[in-house]
Design a protein around this ligand. Structure first.
Ligand code: ADP
Ligand code: MG
Ligand code: MG
Length: 892
């Protein structure tokens, strides 16, 4: 016979903490508190399996359930010496939902069940408190009416009207008679709405409530919540039926909720609220202002109401003991509910408390210091993604704001600045030390230097994977994208919403974590890796096997990366250096030149600039490896586009405008992403890669001489499909390198390797590795080419694909382990078979995604590389991946 019901109470509990799947979080917590000897009102839990049965069988119950419930109910009656439905000595119960994971406010609970017109009189007699009896009764009718009978909540209106009529301000001032009248009014309301009387039979009430809890699992609120939180629909909820304890029996009664530590700061202080003479949800319902447990809490929150410490000091002392017991037992911060009935404390719930990222770090570190958990456990408990909250400037929560518009939260962090409308202006103003927000309808690769110079980016078109969003996230610039309510007028240099117009030079603030655009400068707080954050990050490093590097090409980003703990650079995109205002002209000359001589002239101008860029990065990354990718982007991104740019180009090259236009036409590509880019540039214009190789080696030599420490460049050839391409380019790099080193009279260690970002390269990894000294998986392009799908064009259908479950996750955010991952695994295996110890890394955006980092560990990569702002996330994710890996290893 299946066991559908698990009891708890005087005879001990049949369940325990580990049975969350079967008993739900609430049921498992009640059972565990029972085992710990804490005061828990007796009751029983109907399993989540019964809920499964309920839905599999047309909303009916298993045959044995009725008997098991009756038996468990009889157990409660025995232990309390009261009887369900007995007017002379009534037992009342609560019927509470409780899924495996907490779904706050998503499902429903009914209190004071078992009351009717006769039982309420008995309750009044037995308790000697009529007011309490009728207050409980009206609460029951109200909750049962709403939760089980589906009646809209007009009950509070009746209370308000009654208070007005009788000239009373507070619920607590209402008398027994008032509540009696209100209870009768509530019943009339139900009868009117329902077309039949309120159910008087306690058994009918009980099964009605059980059915309502099961049914609430499928209510639209719960369904939506599950979808947003990835909770499977077949888990189901348990039902807890529990003897009522009453916090509404007078001044020596109370109800409350508490966290065993401060959930927003993590401080080791008891943090909670209570209300005297109240029941259940009153504390959170906002009808009465709750009071603080401790005097410290009362003072911190500037509350004038007395603390429990002052009103019921013995109860608070008991609660402190419960707090100690629960924390020692669960070894984590708990969120608890309690009720005080006539001076006696009862525990009604415990669960692991929700907390901010900052609190999670503080609690983890404190619990280690207190000897309750190990460092590894502390590392394992922090959600890497939550650290994002701490890694960007955030709005000062105390600041007042005026919202101008809302867009998508495309790249987290907050920033203020004067609005500018072109990348050029952003850059020139920023170089004068001014803070600007770059406003564009949408951005293109040519805006990158301006995006970099700006404090934040605001676009009115485009989604979460638009150019602006992707680039901003990579740079760690706050970005609000697709703020469609705003109209950008480039000619007038204004942005406007319905009634407000903001002009160039006026200040706005954007919050890329919420998508809000605000008027004026809102004060922000800078991120910092210090205190508990730094301590916990230090622990991740002792656990981790994979190294963590940064994708960075500017000195500022490289410094930031070091501050966040990067162990080198995994991807330095040289083209970002070419888009800067003083260089794009020279670069265009190279591209537009008809012959090698023309190209070499432009390149000669660029060489010293590149050399200094690399030297600066080498200085910052002293002692760590730096991977530099040779020129990669489609030529077309460098071409002049606007009439002004054509004129400027003609002036620069001494040609006429038509000739320039003709050249641009020749270079035009239909599908640039699959066109003349990557190593194909190096093959057709070897002098470009020669110049870059020379700049890298000269910089390495320079910095090695300067510092006396070896600098180890890893020179990376992009978009290789065949070994032949790689061999040709490697020969050039090696030749140039040897020349530079010979001239300088010293040698620097270096590696020449390739990105694996085309399926063919992954398949032929074996032969490529015979020549290449390292691989870096470029999973952005690899995802595009494996799926045959352009990231920039995916926005139009990606939504539908996710809705229909074709994409479980956005494959540009979380690596597609089945497809792209298979190629990565295969390339890693073939590469290492050909060259044992081949250095392997990943430099796509996936390098900063926790789930993808776990995959990287499983294929044995040596490092992951991600944007500087995600370094702590990657360090933690890599540590967790190593722990999981060890645990899996240990069980084999
Ligand atoms: P939720 O999951 O929304 O918190 P609960 O089932 O925990 O719902 O109950 C709602 C409120 O009623 C809580 O404040 C809880 O402490 C209180 N409550 C539940 N059961 C009882 C009971 N048997 N006696 C007294 N109060 C109860
Ligand atoms: Mg609730
Ligand atoms: Mg609760």
């Amino acid at each position: 016979m299946t066991k559908w019901v698990y009891g708890f109470g005087d005879d001990g509990a049949e369940g325990h903490a580990e049975m969350k799947n079967l008993l739900g979080g609430k049921g498992a917590g009640l059972a565990e508190m029972n085992h710990l000897g804490l005061p828990v009102p007796p009751g029983f839990t109907i399993t989540t399996e019964a809920c499964g049965y309920f839905y599999a069988h047309d909303r009916s119950y298993p045959a044995e359930l009725r008997e098991q419930v009756e038996c468990a109910l009889a157990g409660i009656e025995r232990s309390l010496g009261a009887r369900f439905g007995d007017p002379d000595n009534p037992l009342l119960v609560s019927v509470r939902s409780g899924a495996r994971v907490s779904m706050p406010g998503m499902m429903d609970t009914v209190l004071n069940l078992g009351l009717n017109d006769r039982v309420v009189e008995g309750l009044a007699r037995k308790s000697g408190d009529e007011r309490f009896a009728y207050d409980s009764y009206r609460r029951f009718i109200q909750m049962y009416g709403q939760v089980v009978l589906g009646i809209e909540n007009h009950f509070e209106e009746l209370i308000e009207n009654h208070k007005l009529d009788s000239g009373v301000l507070l619920d607590t001032d209402l008398s027994a008679d008032d509540w009696r009248i209100l209870a009768a009014g509530f019943k009339d309301l139900v009868a009117e709405e329902l077309g039949r009387p309120f159910p008087e039979d306690p058994q009918e009430q009980l099964w009605g409530a059980i059915g309502a809890v099961f049914s609430s699992w499928m209510n639209p609120r719960a369904v939506t919540y599950r979808r947003l939180h990835d909770i499977p629909g077949d888990w189901g909820t348990a039902v807890n039926v529990q003897a009522m304890v009453f916090g509404n029996m007078g001044a020596d009664c109370a109800t409350g909720v508490a966290f065993t530590r401060n959930p927003s700061t993590g401080a080791n202080e008891f943090y909670g609220e209570y209300l005297v003479n109240a029941q259940g949800e009153d504390v959170v319902a906002g009808i009465r202002t709750p009071q603080h447990l401790t005097i410290a809490g009362k003072q911190a929150n500037k509350s004038a109401l007395p603390a429990m410490e002052e009103v019921m000091p013995e109860i608070l002392a008991e609660l402190y003991a419960v707090r100690r017991t629960l924390e020692d037992h669960y070894r984590d911060m708990q969120d608890i509910e309690f009720t005080v009935q006539r001076g006696r404390l009862w525990m009604l719930q415990t669960r692991s408390g929700k907390r901010t990222a900052q609190a999670a770090l503080k609690i983890g570190v404190s619990l280690v210091e207190e000897g309750l958990i190990t460092r590894e456990e502390a590392v394992g408990r922090i959600d890497p993604a939550s650290l994002d909250q701490l890694l960007h400037p955030t709005l000062d929560p105390k600041a007042k704001t005026t919202i101008l518009a809302r867009g998508l939260p495309a790249s987290p962090g907050a920033a203020s600045g004067e609005i500018v409308f072109t990348a050029e202006e952003a850059e020139s103003r920023a170089s004068r030390g001014e803070a600007v927000i770059l406003v564009r309808i949408e951005t293109s690769p040519e805006d990158i230097h301006g995006m970099h110079a700006a404090k934040g980016i605001l676009t009115t078109r485009g989604g979460m994977t638009s150019h602006a969003a992707v680039v901003a996230r990579g740079m760690g610039r706050p970005c609000v994208a697709g703020a469609g309510d705003l109209r950008v007028d480039y000619a007038e240099q204004t942005i406007g919403s319905r009634n407000i117009v903001v002009r160039a030079g006026e200040i706005v603030t954007i919050d890329g974590s919420t998508g809000e655009v605000m008027l004026g400068a809102v004060p922000t707080i800078q991120p910092e890796l210090s205190g508990d954050f730094a301590t916990l990050m230090g622990w991740t490093d002792t656990v981790r096997r994979m190294k963590v590097r940064a994708n960075a090409e500017t000195a500022a980003d490289a410094r930031m990366a070091r501050r966040f703990g990067a162990e080198g650079i995994g991807l330095s995109r040289t083209e970002h250096m070419f888009f800067q205002a003083d260089r794009i002209g020279a670069m265009r000359r190279v591209i537009m030149a008809e012959d090698e001589t023309g190209r070499r002239a432009g390149l000669a101008q660029l060489l010293p600039m590149q050399r200094e860029d690399f030297a600066e990065i080498f200085r910052i990354m002293k002692g760590f490896p730096v991977t530099i990718r040779l020129l990669d982007p489609p030529l077309h991104e460098f071409l002049p586009k606007t009439p002004d740019e054509f004129v400027e180009m003609a002036r620069l090259t001494g040609k006429d405008v038509d000739a320039v236009r003709h050249r641009a036409l020749v270079l035009h590509e239909v599908n640039p992403m699959l066109g003349h880019r990557g190593c194909r540039l190096g093959i057709t214009y070897p002098e470009i890669y020669e110049m870059q190789a020379a700049a890298i080696f000269e910089a390495a030599v320079l910095v090695t001489k300067e510092t006396g420490e070896a600098v180890e460049p890893e020179i990376m050839v992009p978009l290789v499909a065949t070994r032949k391409e790689f061999d040709i380019l490697k020969a050039i790099i090696v030749r140039v390198g040897e020349e530079v080193m010979k001239r300088a009279g010293i040698r620097v260690p270096y590696l020449v390797g390739t990105m694996i970002e085309l399926p063919r390269a992954a398949l032929r990894a074996g032969e490529i590795a015979e020549s290449a000294e390292f691989f870096s998986f470029g999973t952005n392009d690899l995802t595009q080419t494996v799926f045959g799908l352009s990231r920039d064009d995916a926005t139009s259908f990606a939504g539908a694909y996710q809705r229909l479950g074709i994409f479980e996750h956005d494959p540009f955010v979380t690596l597609d382990v089945d497809g792209v991952g298979e190629l990565v695994r295969l390339a890693a295996e073939r590469g290492r078979a050909a060259r044992p110890g081949l250095k392997l890394g990943i430099c796509g955006e996936h390098g900063g995604d926790p789930a993808s980092v776990a995959f990287c560990q499983s294929v044995g990569l040596d490092y992951v590389s991600c944007s500087p702002f995600r370094i702590p996330i990657a360090r933690l994710a890599a540590a967790q991946a190593a722990l999981t890996w060890q645990a899996a290893d240990a069980t084999v």
